[in-house]
Design a protein around this ligand. Structure first.
Ligand SMILES: Nc1nc(=O)c2c([nH]1)NC[C@@H]1CN(c3ccc(C(=O)N[C@@H](CCC(=O)O)C(=O)O)cc3)C=[N+]21
Ligand SMILES: [Mg+2]
Length: 285
C-alpha cells in the first residue's frame, strides 16, 4: 500500500525536459565543477555530474586541484570562472580540505552563477521570496513533494537537520507551500514524539537509519535526504538513508528510497539551475 517515490525516474524525466530546452538555445550552457583533493566518494559524484551534464547537451568544465591547493589559488580559479562567459554555473564540491576557508570560497562565487544556491545573496533571496538560485537537494525534495501532494496547505512539515545546504532551505520552500514548518535538530526535545505529528517528514541529518518506524505518523510522506555509506556483509559497503527504511516504509503513505530517491534529483536540479542561470546571464548580455 505504501507508495515508493521513484526519484530516479523523476530525475530522468527532468533531464529529458532540460535536454529538450537546451537543444533550442543558440548557445551551450556551461557548468564548472571544482574538486579539491582526492576524496573517493566526491570523485564519484563529480564523474556522475560531468556525464549527465554532457548528456543534456551542456558543456562540463572539470577542475581537479591537488589536496594542498592554497586558498589564494582556489579563489583565483573561482574568480576566473566568474569572468568566463562560457561558464554559467559554478559548483565547488564540499567538503573542502580543512586548511581551506569554505565560507570565503563560497562568498567569492558570483551569485548569478551560484548553482548550489549557497551564497548569502541566494540564501537571502530564498528567505525573502525573491527570484534566485535554490540549493539543488532542497529543490529536488520540493519537486518530489509537489509531484506527490496536490496541495501542501496547512500540512505539518517537520525538517530534521538545520544545515545551510539542506535543512534551512527545505524549510523555506515548505513555508512557501503554506506548510506549518517545524525545524528539528540534535537539541530538540522528544524528537520521536515531534516526528509523529508530521504529515511531511524530511530527514537531513546524515546519521544512518536514525529515524525509526515508530517515529512516523501512519500515512505520512517521508523524504529521506541521507546518503550514508555503511559496512555491509563480506567487507562490502551499502548506501542507507537517515530513515530506517524497512521499519518506516510500511507505516508511511509515501517514502523515498536510498539510493534512487533524492540523490538523483540533486544532480537533475543542478542541471536545471545551470539552465536557469544560463538563460538569465545570456538575457542580460
Ligand atoms: N557543493 C556541493 N553540492 C552538492 O550538492 C554536493 C556536494 N557539494 N558534495 C557532495 C554532496 C553529495 N551529493 C550527491 C548528489 C547526488 C547523489 C546521487 O545521485 N546518489 C544516487 C546514487 C549514489 C551511489 O550509488 O553512490 C542515489 O542516491 O540514488 C549523491 C550525492 C551532492 N553533494
Ligand atoms: Mg546541492
Amino acid at each position: 500500500m505504501t507508495q515508493i517515490i521513484d526519484g530516479k525516474a523523476f530525475a530522468t524525466k527532468l533531464r529529458a525536459e532540460i535536454a529538450a530546452e537546451v537543444a533550442t538555445l543558440s548557445y551551450k550552457p556551461g557548468l564548472a565543477v571544482v574538486l579539491v583533493g582526492e576524496d573517493p566518494a566526491s570523485k564519484v559524484y563529480v564523474a556522475n555530474k560531468a556525464k549527465q551534464t554532457v548528456e543534456v547537451g551542456m558543456n562540463s568544465f572539470e577542475h581537479r586541484l591537488p589536496a594542498d591547493t592554497t586558498q589564494e589559488q582556489l579563489l583565483a580559479l573561482v574568480s576566473q570562472l566568474n569572468a568566463d562567459p562560457a561558464v554559467h554555473g559554478i559548483l565547488v564540491q564540499l567538503p573542502l580540505p580543512k586548511h581551506l576557508d569554505t565560507e570565503s570560497v563560497i562568498a567569492t562565487i558570483s551569485p548569478e552563477k551560484d548553482v548550489d544556491g549557497l551564497t548569502v545573496v541566494n540564501a537571502g533571496r530564498l528567505a525573502s521570496g525573491a527570484e534566485g538560485l535554490i540549493p539543488c537537494t532542497p529543490l529536488g525534495c520540493l519537486l518530489l513533494l509537489q509531484d506527490n501532494i496536490s496541495d501542501m496547505t496547512g500540512l505539518h512539515a517537520v525538517v530534521i537537520g538545520r544545515s545551510n545546504l539542506v535543512g534551512k532551505p527545505v524549510a523555506q520552500l515548505l513555508l512557501q507551500q503554506n506548510c506549518t514548518v517545524t525545524m528539528a535538530h540534535s537539541k530538540t526535545r522528544d524528537l520521536p514524539g515531534l516526528c509523529r505529528t508530521a504529515d511531511i517528514l524530511v530527514a537531513a541529518v546524515g546519521r544512518p537509519e536514525m529515524v525509526k518506524g515508530d517515529w512516523v505518523k501512519p500515512g505520512a510522506v517521508v523524504i529521506d535526504v541521507g546518503i550514508n555509506r555503511v559496512p555491509a556483509s563480506e567487507g562490502k559497503t551499502k548506501l542507507v538513508g537517515d530513515v530506517a527504511y524497512a521499519e518506516a516504509a510500511p507505516i508511511a503513505g509515501k517514502i523515498t528510497p536510498v539510493p534512487g530517491g533524492v540523490g538523483p534529483m540533486t544532480i537533475a536540479c543542478l542541471l536545471r539551475n545551470t539552465l536557469t542561470a544560463a538563460k538569465r546571464l545570456e538575457a542580460a548580455r
